[in-house]
Design a protein around this ligand. Structure first.
Ligand SMILES: Cc1cc2nc3c(=O)[nH]c(=O)nc-3n(C[C@H](O)[C@H](O)[C@H](O)COP(=O)(O)OP(=O)(O)OC[C@H]3O[C@@H](n4cnc5c(N)ncnc54)[C@H](O)[C@@H]3O)c2cc1C
Length: 521
């Protein structure tokens, strides 16, 4: 199969790239499940943009840099924040129906770490609204979207990326897809952890593929744990997220005995940044030996139902009426700040290979992501990558290399699903227990040794058995888990999302830099 622009992933980053590049060549999107099964589709709170008359680009930049704890790439932040207002306009033109206030202007929400109300949203289902609108715009001629196609590995020739190997799951066939430009937009890696807000697609596939191909990876230790997810019951495999915006609207955190505690940890209390709130909950749980804290919204009454209708209904479906009793909550893995290192146009160190969205490390988040900056990053850098690729494509010849091959053993035996599930559960448990919200060197080293051993065993399984969807994901999960753990061990300080009991202080002399790792180093 041949194309001009190959997009791996159909979340906001991949779709933005596809919409932008469609007029300049044949676009093929492959996505490993249904077209809208992406983190994007579950985003609730919204997308940040300094559009209020009291707000300014400089305030948004300042909040982003403060949250990033000294590691943000200021140039990238400035680009993202400056482009935000026009991105909102563009999204409206693409059909996104953002919620309006009574005065007809966009309703702006408030979230932790922001000094102003600047969260543009569609009630509490912003991601689904954006995903659907972008999908609608990719139904044009020139764009082919293939569902249930999982990318396995990148194809390289003379150091350049020339395509990808992919499994068409429905027909159980492996194809090579050759392309002038390849965009990885496979999202994050929440599914590497036992508890996560992410759907099961988030297995770090793009980052692992990139790593195997020699792409430079950065800052994998910075995993964001969302402080508030519904305790004890899941929706499918996901923990139900209770958006940051709920605290922005007055939701209060309490111990299971009903006492407030955030005042002990930060003057901003419930509106402190996510890492601070997640750690505060972690310590409260340890100190009180309880399994959850409470998010109390009972005093918000109808305001809660109006602002968060989907969350309200989801809570009801889980058997709890948030207007009558506080919601039991715990933190869960939510967002990966690290990924494949890119420049300001989404380019990687491998020619013709671009990355955008949660798989990328553009530098905008540094050591911690400011709430509602990730949809923004994905779309700003998705568009920028497309613009750069459009400029490059005229210079690139399509390589259809018949000399490349992949271990194509679809006739070999299928790996037993129980074995795959056991490995997955073990890795997720280890990551949760030892590479979680609060870390220590002994646990990290223990995790490294166990996961390294699993990697050897899983690579052997991969060699022996037929390539299958589950095996491809398992191979990527173990690889991503290892990258996170290795980066966590390399950073011997506490900064942003990376909090190590043996190194509680921030060390600006030795560690005011990205943690960089590659297969070639
Ligand atoms: C519950 C939840 C709430 C959130 N709320 C917000 C919010 O309010 N504001 C905000 O800014 N951010 C929010 N985020 C984060 C934000 O949604 C994500 O960072 C963003 O959507 C990432 O977009 P993406 O395009 O990079 O990846 P995704 O949207 O995750 O898309 C990745 C795509 O890649 C596909 N894929 C993966 N691997 C392969 C493979 N091997 N082959 C083929 N296809 C593959 C997937 O199927 C999917 O289509 C939230 C996240 C979650 C989970």
């Amino acid at each position: 199969m041949e194309t001009d622009f190959l997009v791996i992933g159909s979340g906001i980053a991949g779709l933005a790239f596809a919409v932008e590049s469609a007029a300049y060549g044949k676009v093929t999107i492959i996505t490993k499940k249904g077209r809208s099964e992406a983190n994007t589709n579950y985003a609730q709170g919204g997308i940040a943009a300094a559009i209020d008359s009291n707000d300014s680009i400089e305030y948004h930049i300042k909040d982003t840099l403060n949250t990033g704890a000294g590691l943000c790439n200021e140039k990238a932040v400035r680009i993202m924040v400056t482009e935000a207002p026009s991105i909102i306009k563009r999204l409206c033109e693409l059909g996104v129906d953002f919620t309006k206030a009574k005065n007809g202007k966009l309703d702006l929400g408030m979230e932790g770490g922001h000094s102003m109300r600047r969260i543009v949203h569609t009630k509490d289902a912003t991601g689904a609204q954006i995903e659907n609108s972008l999908l609608h715009n990719t139904s044009s001629e020139g764009i082919t979207l293939l569902e249930d196609w999982i990318a396995i590995d990148l194809i390289l020739k003379d150091g350049k990326c020339i395509g990808v190997w992919a499994l068409d799951e429905k027909n159980n066939k492996i194809f090579s897809i050759f392309s002038k430009i390849i965009l990885i937009a496979t999202g994050g890696a929440g599914s590497v952890y036992l508890h996560t807000t992410n759907p099961s697609i988030a297995t770090g596939d793009g980052i692992s593929m990139g790593y195997r191909a020699g792409a430079t990876i950065a800052n994998m230790e910075f995993v964001q744990f969302h402080p508030t997810t519904f305790y004890g019951k899941k929706i499918g495999e996901r923990a139900l997220l209770l958006s940051e915006a709920i605290r922005g609207e007055g939701g209060i955190l309490k111990t299971s005995k009903g006492n407030t505690f955030m005042e002990k940890y930060d003057a901003r209390k419930e509106l402190a940044c996510r890492d601070i709130v997640a750690r505060a909950i972690h310590f409260e749980l340890k100190n009180t030996d309880t399994d959850y804290v409470l998010l109390d919204v009972t005093h918000l009454g109808e305001k809660f139902v109006n602002k968060f209708p989907n969350i309200y209904n989801s809570c009801l479906s889980l058997g709890l009426d948030p207007l009558k009793e506080p919601i039991p909550v715990v933190p869960a893995a939510h967002y990966l700040c690290g990924g494949i290192l890119t420049d300001l146009d989404g380019k990687t160190n491998i020619p013709n290979l671009y990355v955008a969205g949660e798989s990328a490390c553009t530098g905008v988040h540094g050591a911690n992501r400011l709430a509602s900056n990730s949809l923004l990053e994905s779309i700003v850098f998705g568009f920028r990558a497309a613009k750069s690729a459009i400029g490059e494509i005229k210079k690139i010849h399509l390589e259809n290399s018949t000399s490349t091959s992949i271990k194509n053993n679809l006739n070999s035996s299928i790996c037993d699903n129980n074995i795959i599930s056991e490995y997955l559960s073990d890795i997720r448990f280890i990551m949760w227990e030892k590479v979680g919200i609060v870390r220590n060197t002994k646990d990290l080293e223990d995790a490294l040794s166990k996961i390294s051993q699993y990697k050897i065993e899983i690579d052997a399984l991969y060699e022996k058995h037929a390539i299958s969807y589950a095996l491809v994901e398992l191979r990527n999960v173990v690889n991503t888990a290892l990258l996170i753990t290795k980066c966590a061990i390399m950073r011997k300080e506490s900064r942003g999302l990376h909090y190590v009991l043996d190194y509680l202080a921030k060390d600006d002399i030795l560690y005011n830099r990205d943690t960089v790792i590659s297969n070639n180093s």
